[in-house]
Ligand binder design. Sequence first.
Ligand SMILES: [Zn+2]
Length: 294
Amino acid sequence: MIYTGRFAPSPTGPLHFGSLLAALASFLDARHHKGKWLVRIEDIDTPRVVENANDWILQTLDAYGLQWDDTVVYQSQRLRLYEEHLHKLIHQQEAYACCCTRSELSVRNARHLYDGKCRETPPKTDASVAIRLRSSAVKSEFTDRIQGKQVLHQSRADDFVLKRRDGYFAYQLAVVIDDHDQHITHVVRGADLLQETFRQRDLQAHFNFQQLEYAHIPLATYTNGQKLSKQNLAPAISNNKVVENLCFALKCLGQNPPQELFQATRREIIDWAIKNWQIEQIPATCVLPNQQEA
Ligand SMILES: [Zn+2]
């Protein structure tokens, strides 16, 4: 099977330096392995979507020379695919309806690990319900190419939500279906999604989908330890400082670009990086100078 990787941003704002690191690492790993690299816009959580953000993201990838294969996939155009798969699980009794509200779950301390109330007693309501996975995985493990062996051992199986009470499909469901549908073999993404991998692998097993290889790059932090994320308003990266930012990103990823590369063209930098890519060189933390103006 040909290596197929992907970059899957949510269009909630322009790319910041941390998302450039994830995009670049995923791109370089795919190209180094002579594989395909796809882009998927994860825009199903409509209330969080920012208008035009998908265009900014694609323009930035383009400006940085991260050329993707095939056409860009938009999750918002694939709702029927998700619905079909969800129905299959419900039909096989591997998913069930849940009428618990957020506040009921809070009272029962079951917001993060569902207590199975509606699994035992199906709701007798026509009101809006969520759909949950009927999971049996209490212990699970996988080996991440960067983070090493990951083990999850929890007190009960995690019946996480596949479709929310408000009618939106959950991120987990869409990602798992899309990765399968797009024949993704390798996922390289930020470590903020490391724990989500357990749920995604559980769901893949329920669908009998292929297993993927995972590599989670450390989150970029400033030297003061603060994380770089959209939540704390990390600045958008400029499309006018491509050479500097690419070289800086390669340094953050432990790739040791030679000094002369800082005077090279975008094309030369990307070519060097594909050829010399070594995922095992990625450090435990990607540290940025404070107030880095990327
Ligand atoms: Zn319930």
